[in-house]
Design a protein around this ligand. Structure first.
Ligand SMILES: Nc1ncnc2c1ncn2[C@@H]1O[C@H](COP(=O)(O)OP(=O)(O)OP(=O)(O)O)[C@@H](O)[C@H]1O
Length: 259
């Protein structure tokens, strides 16, 4: 994956001024509240049109103010997962997933069965969304986004509405998205431990700017990090080896949405 961003965007008094080249498969975006993390993700997704600049994904220009290029969000093949799952509450899980499936003529990077299996939602397929727990809904929402076959997944605080038990249940599923399906991810979180668990590299933002980008050991040297690191993060940081984790792989079973 190669995501090349050079944009400037004004909204009210806030200015996002971001120049960034991301080539890693899993990147975490970190920074104080109001530093511009969500705005950056929304610009990449096409939910905000930057004032000026350029965004390229894998050599395709998604936005270029000089050349008047603007690819609308639904044509970018970028999946976005928000804090609150976005599903049709009165529909069954299966109907929600079918509605989210890509109708484009592209080679699917993964099968329906793989996605259903990856997120362990097979037992939920015929249940109504409104009967599901918060964690179950977020897993269905992730599955729905994956079935649109995105070439990049943007996740904006996907765990922050969940309690710590559910977070710990969903975290391994997020990890499997790029490890097993090979879909690059860009994730915003206030929780450094979550980002360390899921990311190869970190992007640190402050006041609308990218102030550091690199491995944890690169980014942790930045003064801004001293304010952001909480006591509970220290154990994770000490001796942390990005990507050196083992994820349980419970029993594999196949199923199809059209059952
Ligand atoms: N529609 C808007 N109009 C004007 N200002 C906005 C708008 N949306 C966001 N802002 C401002 O832009 C700045 C960046 O917001 P953004 O949501 O990107 O920050 P963030 O880093 O994601 O914050 P948080 O961690 O609290 O979610 C903030 O100062 C916010 O108040």
């Amino acid at each position: 994956m190669r995501l090349d961003i050079d944009i400037l965007h004004r909204q009210g008094d806030f200015v996002l001024d971001a120049k960034l080249l991301i080539e890693e498969s899993a990147t975490g975006v970190f920074g104080h509240s109001g530093s511009g993390k969500s705005t950056l993700l929304r610009c990449i997704a096409g939910l905000i049109k930057p004032s000026i600049g350029r965004i390229e994904l894998d050599g395709e220009t998604l936005f270029d103010s000089d050349r008047r290029i603007w690819v609308p969000p639904h044509k970018r093949r970028i999946g976005v997962v928000f804090q609150e799952p976005r599903l049709f509450p009165h529909w069954t899980v299966r109907k929600n997933l079918i509605a989210g499936k890509s109708r484009r003529n592209i080679k699917p990077p993964c099968s329906e069965a793989q996605v259903v299996d990856l997120l362990r939602i097979e037992p939920l397929l015929d249940r109504s969304v409104r009967e599901l727990s918060g964690g179950e809904k977020q897993r269905v929402s992730l599955a729905r986004t994956l079935l649109a076959y995105p070439r990049l997944m943007l996740m904006d605080e996907p765990l922050s509405a969940l309690d710590s038990f559910l977070k710990s249940r969903i975290l391994p599923f997020l990890d499997r998205i790029h490890r097993e399906l090979d879909i690059p991810t860009l994730m915003v979180s206030h929780e450094l431990t979550e980002l360390l668990h899921l990311s190869d590299q970190l992007v640190l933002m402050k006041g609308g700017n990218i102030v550091s980008h690199g491995t944890l050991s690169d980014v942790v040297k930045h003064d801004e990090m001293a304010e952001l690191i909480q006591e509970k993060d220290l154990n994770h940081i000490i001796g942390h080896q990005l990507r050196g984790r083992v994820i349980n792989d419970p029993n594999h079973h196949e199923c199809s949405l059209s059952n």
